[in-house]
Design a protein. Structure first.
Length: 69
């Protein structure tokens, strides 16, 4: 998001939006930011881990698209 917005906090797009704009699947398929606390309270640690993994994979794929070798 920082790369895409050129470090302008006002112009930052959410990860799911950037993914959608580049044709990648949304990393927010099961959870989104607003549901993390509830999942934590329900001890759904694996679900939260999967949410984090999707963010990492999506970020890596975006980097590959935005900064090809």
């Amino acid at each position: 998001m920082e790369y895409h917005s050129r470090h302008d906090s006002i112009k930052r797009l959410p990860l799911a939006v950037l993914a959608s704009l580049t044709g990648l699947p949304s990393p927010k398929q099961d959870l989104d930011d607003s549901k993390i606390w509830e999942a934590f309270q329900n001890e759904e640690i694996r679900r939260i881990a999967r949410y984090c993994e999707w963010d990492v994979v999506t970020t890596l794929n975006l980097l590959r698209i935005l900064r090809p070798r």
